[in-house]
Design a protein around this ligand. Structure first.
Ligand code: FES
Length: 162
């Protein structure tokens, strides 16, 4: 289980101030902005946003859950996604996932305790020719092997500690 990062209410307020108070039409933009800065949507941030926009918390949460791509649990600074679609799967994606789980000491779908990494899996992103594919912070890393992935994670970990 990962710890919850301390909520920076000042940061949330400053994000909200960039949107006109009472303007419910800005709801989705506000959600995007909050997630871009916080990496997920904590309940308290949604409550503050609902207050600011003059909508109910239920409405705020309802819209956030309607769209894919919003996260409600803390996410790591780095997001490592392994494609488990058929083409990547037959080329060894399960071994990539196992390697990442071992190296990061976290199961797929989880976030490391230090909030440095989130490990996720996806089913085909349409880049099958590159498989097996790992996506690291949005960058496609094709023809991935467990050893290459392990090295990459180690390097990222070292960098993050500096
Ligand atoms: S199966 Fe991995 S990109 Fe298509």
């Amino acid at each position: 289980m990962s710890r919850t990062p301390k909520l920076d209410k000042k940061l949330i307020s400053s994000i909200l101030q960039q949107h006109k108070a009472g303007d419910a039409s800005a709801l989705v933009n506000v959600l995007h902005d909050l997630q871009a800065h916080l990496r997920y949507l904590p309940q308290e941030a949604l409550e503050m946003a609902a207050d600011h926009l003059g909508v109910s918390y239920a409405q705020m949460y309802g819209v956030a859950t309607f769209y894919e791509g919003f996260h409600f649990k803390p996410r790591g600074e780095h997001v490592v996604t392994i494609c488990m679609g058929t083409a990547c799967h037959v080329r060894g994606a399960p071994r990539l996932l196992e390697q990442a789980e071992r190296d990061l000491n976290v199961e797929s779908g989880g976030t490391t305790k230090d909030l440095m990494f989130s490990l996720e899996q996806v089913n085909c992103v349409g880049a099958c020719a590159l498989g097996p594919l790992a996506i690291v912070d949005g960058t496609y890393k094709g023809s991935m092997t467990p050893a290459k992935l392990s090295n990459l994670l180690k390097k990222m970990h070292k960098k993050g500690k500096k």
